[in-house]
Write a protein that binds this ligand. Structure first.
Ligand code: PLP
Length: 709
């Protein structure tokens, strides 16, 4: 099989003037999920693996994908599914390899600094081979193996002192490098292992370095190791495996040639056969590098006399190879440049506060401008896997493309990811201040809320904080405290605490307020989904400052029409419905004249609604199919200016009893709400939406004194 030349057969090609990955337009993905982003081609990954496997077919090697190149689970799963094994370097990589489905009997473990815990983990999982790098590591393995019944397979990693003819920072097989054992030392250790009860010397391991583009270093090393193995056999140490590591180089630029794996296979095959060895290889870059690109957008242009800077939204924290090794990545415009496009000399630089933050230096590129997308080619290996959050930048998302389809295989980080492992709570760690604690005050239809971004989990006890902050004389004053928290399955979670400290399942006005808050703080876009105790709420945010918020409500439950209550000798008829929280709706001709204060508390506590009680809504149907509604809210224990779930309960029951059609305008003291819904023949409701305004009133800081309030 012939090695593909640069870009030939590439999964990244221009079609109709745009760069495509397979059959998917890259700019469409970038428009949808933003940049920077990493993007991988399924086809390229599979064909890289199949080509390698096919080329070495006659030796049937165990191909162990080196996870350090890119440990994304989705990519690992694809390779595991193709029959690859895994080369790991840490407990974390072992964890990911197992999760991705690499069978333990195809996992090899290298690394100069394996800890006791990592070795124990790998022993428990009974991995195939420990590639031991020092005498100390071997002694520790001996010690750990005594507690085990099984026999442990070991290869010693040899430092062959061979120049791989690559970048000095990525050589590993030279004496001056920290890796492996010198041959004399290894020989002594192999001889010692003959007497070991639990450790079986099975093979020999070496890894010369990375991005090696000539076969010579491999050939020299395989010959050298072959002879070494023969000598050891003469001394009674029978090794079966030769693990030749990875390092197979690719062509990062047009004038380069990749490692000729065909030539490599034909050169080493006779030696492997002569020494009757089984071959293991550990390719990383070769499998994933050209299967992936990074997409970035030009933020600004800056002109200097001698050159131009294109400042892009990806930095050295996203792709460190240029900064670390001066590595070259071809850069393509996503919009195909016209044949006659003028070229210009540019530095493509990122937003990070370092002068080494560049993706290309003195590069001749077709003229580009602000807003355009650029593809940083061949970024699939040592791209995301070396990315960091330096400058508190968010790790980019990763996307997998297969034909016309694409899927997010890692979401973009949010700000809360930056603090998720940090200790931030006063209760947990007295040295760390939680105060002053920023809050915002919002109101929706006259229902007012204190909203706190609690994604960093500063507030452990929302209940007591609500009791301190909600009173209007001694606190901030509000109908409730809303905490915006992390969610596993949605954009965020809303927790809502009443002034008496009780936690409510849901509140329509609160939901609108928290959605506007999340929008204003850049936590979500104009569409979002958030979690409440009453389920997931979907939400559309419209208008200036995101003031008009339409939220999808849970489908109503427990409808009981014409429920009769007896109170102090009188009968009251109404309709019960749970719209996230329970409501009892009573129709009345003159809502303003209802003695709400006297009536509502006894309905709220009526035995029929125990133990949780109910909210109470008094509804007047106006001409023109609008409703006038007054609500007594449980938890607040008085009439509030408006209640979202009450508006929904009133609208739905008025549709059932008086045929009022969707959308229903619900007038409450605090303002108007609109309820949208669809009613099925069996009287069930779906597509229930509540629309109304939310407003940010002010922001401030809660002081430590709140603890003493
Ligand atoms: N095996 C070992 C032991 C390594 O250290 C490395 C990379 O550093 C590899 C395999 C993979 O190298 P490459 O990605 O160049 O194939």
């Amino acid at each position: 099989m012939r090695e593909p030349s640069f870009n030939e057969e590439s999964s990244f090609q221009y079609k109709k003037g745009k760069l495509f990955c397979e059959d998917t337009s890259i700019s469409q993905i970038a428009d949808e999920i933003g940049t920077p982003l990493y993007l991988y081609s399924h086809r390229a990954l599979v064909s890289n693996y199949e080509r390698l496997k096919g080329t070495f077919r006659r030796l049937s090697p165990l191909i162990c994908y080196s996870l350090k190149a890119n440990a994304n689970l989705a990519l690992c799963r694809i390779l595991a599914g193709l029959g690859a094994g895994a080369d790991i370097l840490s407990g974390g990589e072992l964890y990911k390899a197992l999760l991705a489905g690499f069978p333990p009997k195809r996992i090899v473990f290298a690394g100069v600094g394996k800890t006791r815990q990592e070795l124990e983990f790998a022993l428990r999982e009974e991995i195939f081979m420990f590639n031991v790098e020092s005498q100390g590591e071997l002694e520790l393995l001996e010690e750990l193996s005594r507690e085990l019944d099984g026999r442990i397979r070991v290869s010693l990693r040899i430092n062959p002192d061979i120049d791989p003819e690559t970048h000095p920072y990525i050589t590993t097989g030279l004496r001056e490098n920290k890796f492996g054992l010198e041959m004399d030392e290894a020989e002594q250790l192999y001889l010692k292992l003959k007497d070991s009860k639990n450790i079986v010397p099975k093979g020999i391991h070496f890894h010369l370095g990375s991005q090696i583009t000539t076969t010579r270093p491999y050939l020299i090393c395989v010959e050298k190791m072959g002879k070494f193995i023969s000598r050891l056999r003469g001394e009674g140490v029978n090794l079966e495996y030769m693990d030749m590591g990875g390092g197979f180089g690719i062509a990062y630029r047009e004038k380069e040639s990749p490692l000729d794996i065909e030539e490599l296979a034909s050169q080493i095959a006779p030696l492997i056969q002569e020494y009757e060895l089984k071959l293991i290889m550990e390719p990383g870059r070769y499998l994933v590098a050209n299967a992936g690109i990074m997409v970035t957008q030009i933020l600004y242009e800056k002109r200097r006399k001698e050159k131009k800077f294109l400042i892009v939204d990806a930095g050295m924290n996203d792709l460190i190879r240029p900064a670390l090794y001066g590595a070259y990545h071809e850069i393509k415009k996503i919009q195909e440049p016209k044949k006659a496009s003028p070229m210009e000399l540019v530095d493509v630089v990122g937003p990070v506060c370092e002068s080494t933050d560049f993706l290309a230096k003195d590069r001749s590129l077709p003229r580009s401008q602000r807003g355009e997308y650029l593809a940083i080619m061949d970024a699939g290996a040592y791209g995301f896997s070396m990315a960091s959050s330096y400058n508190a930048r968010l790790l980019p998302p990763e996307v997998l493309v297969r034909g016309e389809k694409w899927t997010l295989i890692r979401r973009r980080e949010g700000y809360s990811d930056l603090t998720k492992t940090e200790a931030t709570s006063l209760e947990e760690e007295n040295l760390i201040p939680s105060y002053p604690l920023p809050f915002a005050k919002l109101q929706g239809s006259g229902n007012d809320f204190i909203v706190v971004d609690n994604r960093a989990n500063l507030i452990k006890d929302g209940r007591s904080l609500a009791m301190k902050l909600c009173p209007r004389k001694t606190g901030i004053g509000a109908d409730g405290l809303l905490l915006l928290e992390e969610s596993q399955g949605a954009d965020f979670k809303m927790r809502i605490f009443n002034p008496d400290g009780s936690e409510a399942e849901m509140c329509g006005n609160g939901a609108r307020c928290i959605a506007q808050f999340a929008y204003l703080k850049g936590i979500v876009g104009r569409r979002c989904r958030f979690e409440t105790l009453a389920g997931i709420i979907s939400c559309q945010i419209q208008g200036r400052q995101g003031r008009k918020v339409k939220i999808g409500m849970e489908e109503p439950q427990d409808l009981r029409l014409n429920l009769r209550l007896s109170l102090k000798g009188e009968i009251y008829e109404g309709h019960y419905l749970n719209t996230g929280v329970p409501h009892f709706v009573l129709f009345t001709p003159r809502v303003d004249q209802v003695p709400l204060k006297e009536l509502a508390p006894s309905i709220r506590n009526h035995p029929k609604f125990r133990p949780q009680g109910t909210n109470v809504d008094f509804v007047e149907v106006e001409k023109g199919s609008a409703l006038k509604v007054r609500t007594y809210e449980r938890g607040v224990e008085e009439e509030t200016l408006a209640c979202g779930t009450g508006a929904v309960a009133s609208a739905l029951t008025s549709n059932l009893t008086c045929g009022i059609p969707s959308p229903v305008r619900v007038k409450m003291k605090g303002g108007d709400l609109f309820v949208y819904f669809e009613r099925a023949k069996d009287n069930s409701f779906s597509q229930v939406f509540l629309e109304g305004e939310a407003r940010l009133i002010f922001e401030g800081k809660i002081s430590e004194e709140v603890e003493n309030a």
